[in-house]
Design a protein around this ligand. Structure first.
Ligand code: TXA
Ligand code: MG
Length: 350
């Protein structure tokens, strides 16, 4: 951590970070890198600044924002109650990092930031540029992902530029995001961790640290979804995306037959690629663009490239994207959560 602090101090001398911090202090919005995805930040304590985020993204006003801090002390300016033991443990293990926690908010955070909720979601990102920016601005920074509402999340500065050019004054380019999926949002106010959104910290890791196996929100007897953002269509390329689960590789030919004439993009794991190499030869490979995402067990790699792939395939010369499913364990849970929300449907080849 010492080395990191040094890095952050050096980064604070960086012109782009200084300019970004000064814009945040003036109530402007700034796009910046985090380890999960790029964020579109504004002073979380300023109503007028936070409104600019909603406007730039076209984000529904009833979807609350995560408030980002750059050091632990900032937490106590935002939240009401002392930390529980479980919360302390989670913070100790996962902050800074891709974990967002829900707390009761103080008055310093206005209702626009939390979409009228009395709770506030807080995250301490582990990206040195993000930390330097928040530290230098010395305000808590409300930041959703820096994409147009509904489109795939931005994991590179170019993605932000493509979505938001002309709508925001400043983007800090910190290179590609290392994690590639958003933070895990959990609510532990009742004692047991409830996962409102799976993300960069896995269910298994949370269970290990807290000693509780995390629950899923039971949406049935709840009128308001716990994490309001989860009800919206999300992460979608304009090109229709289908999940494809291949149980019987011999049947893949039928899929080829059925979609003859379409320009298909086929996103598959390297294991599937090995098996399919032979069968793919049997149907006309013209019109099929194959993207191999790496081993089906290398969740980290898949998470890091997933949104970039969705964006790259979202071009006029592709009619349909097929994305192979992976197991929903570990980081695979967050990956499949995003893909399922982005997808129009699912095809099982059996
Ligand atoms: O990794 C991340 O979390 C990224 C980076 C930029 O930090 N941010 C991000 O923000 O993903 P956004 O706005 O795209 O997603 C925030 C999620 C939404 O599902 C929202 O509904 C939920 O967090 N959320 C925010 N405040 C909440 C609250 N008080 N209670 C329940 N859910 C909340
Ligand atoms: Mg988002």
């Amino acid at each position: 951590d010492l080395i990191k602090k040094q890095d952050i101090l050096k980064l604070k001398e960086n012109d782009a970070i200084r300019e970004g911090a000064s814009l945040l202090q003036k109530g402007e919005v700034v796009a910046f890198p985090t380890e999960t995805v790029y964020g579109l930040g504004a002073d979380a304590t300023s109503e007028s600044a936070v409104k600019k985020i909603f406007k730039a993204k076209g984000r529904p006003r009833d979807n609350p924002l995560i408030v980002h801090i750059g050091e632990m002390d900032q937490l106590y300016d935002i939240i009401k109650n002392p930390l529980s033991d479980t919360t302390r443990r989670l913070i100790k293990h996962f902050w800074p990092g891709p974990l967002t926690l829900i707390f009761e908010k103080k008055e310093t955070i206005p209702g626009v930031t939390t979409a009228g909720l009395e709770s506030v979601a807080v995250r301490f990102p582990d990206n040195p540029v993000a930390r330097a920016l928040i530290g230098l601005s010395s305000v808590p920074v409300a930041a959703p992902s820096a994409n147009l509402s509904g489109s795939p999340s931005p994991t590179r500065a170019e993605h932000v530029f493509k979505d938001l050019k002309g709508r925001i004054p400043f983007i800090i380019d910190g290179g590609p995001s290392s994690v590639g999926v958003e933070s895990t949002v959990i609510d532990i106010r009742s004692g047991n961790p409830v996962i409102l959104r799976p993300g960069g910290v896995t269910r298994e890791e949370i269970a290990e640290v807290t000693g509780f196996s995390p629950e899923n929100p039971d949406n049935e007897d709840r009128k308001k979804p716990l994490s309001p953002g989860m009800k919206y269509r999300h992460y979608s390329p304009r090109t229709p995306l289908y999940l494809i689960e291949i149980r019987d590789f011999d049947k893949i030919r039928d899929v080829g037959e059925k979609y003859k004439g379409y320009n298909l993009a086929l996103v598959i794991t390297s294991e599937t690629d090995m098996v399919l190499k032979e069968s793919l030869k049997s149907f006309s490979t013209t019109g099929i663009k194959k993207v191999v995402i790496g081993s089906r067990n290398d969740f980290k790699k898949i998470a890091a490239c997933m949104f970039d792939i969705l964006r790259n395939l979202d071009t006029d010369n592709i009619d349909l994207i097929f994305f192979e499913t992976i197991p929903e364990k570990g980081l695979g849970e967050a990956i499949m959560n995003r893909l399922a929300k982005a997808a129009t449907g699912k095809i099982v080849v059996e």
